[in-house]
Write a protein that binds this ligand. Sequence first.
Ligand SMILES: [Mg+2]
Length: 375
Amino acid sequence: MPEEVPISGGEVGAYTVPTRSFRVERPESDGTVRWDKTSLVVVQLTAGSQTGLGYAYGSPAALDVIRDVLLPSVLGSDPFDTTRTFWRMAGAVRNLGWPGVCAGAISALDSAVHDLKARLLGVSLTRLLGGARTSVTAYGSGGFTDYTIGELEEQLSGWAAAGLSAVKMKIGTDPDADLARVTAARSAIGDDVGLFVDANGAYERKQAMRFAEQFAELGVTWFEEPVSSDDLAGLRLIRDRAPAGLRVAAGEYGYTPSYFHQMLAAGAVDVIQADATRCGGPTGFLLAAAQATGAQVPASSHTAPALHASLGAALPNVVNAEYFHDHVVIEELFFDGLPELVNGELVPDRGAPGHGLTLKSADAHPYLTAEWRSS
Ligand SMILES: [Mg+2]
């Protein structure tokens, strides 16, 4: 029997890491946003002799929410009561607003509680959550709109050469340049590698419908956020009108279970994306994936590949995991115990307890902007 001990201690750090591409620090862009750094919070919770780790990409303000609002619901709780703790946290942020910063804070904590539970049981997170298979298919993701054509070709063809079966590029910053960029990407990776595009909501409806036809002719099979994810009717329109073989994907701004219900009920997507560092850790991710199962829509994980390897391998309807450039850089820097990338599959260590990740504190320390630990 595992130890019966409450969660007794918490430690949280906020980190900010400059973006890097092609071995230099430089800003990156997609169709609607430009950024030069990535922030994340890392939480460690202890119960008995074990420590669970969780993290979320998002505002450093999540540290304040964790310390002041959420940890009172978590400290002293039973680490096996993951569902109870999740809903207590959701209740605690009612008046602050669940989506956004609070959702990131809940996500980091929920991941840490799940990791702790699995470690106390001595099983991997993948096996704890259902163990559907031994790996999840990864796709390379980057291709930012401020890359030159040469840089775009180098990054995407590098992933293809490494065995990834599909790659994704950003579009939408300069619509006049998009067809040339997608054409260059297609010739760089060859015809046998899947090509995904992500407009991050940059296009208008009619513009997106025209691009859907043109991208499909270039063998693009995944059109992410062709219009804003706030426009569910627009996503539905493009989904219904797009050529067969071109899937419309969205869902990365899903913070609550109801968000996924609304997107699926609107028939807005062919693939629903969920991000466990936004939608509530493993608890929220399972709730999203279950709703996708009911709607007969496959699911895909958004960013954070080190965490999603464990979740994607656990759930049968997660068709792929985003191997996102920025987060690959950070996760290699911050964590030991990363899932292996083998023949285009992310393979979590089913023999290691929890998700297997541990924080490399000394390596992460230069990026630390704030920290707090319970007494
Ligand atoms: Mg996206």
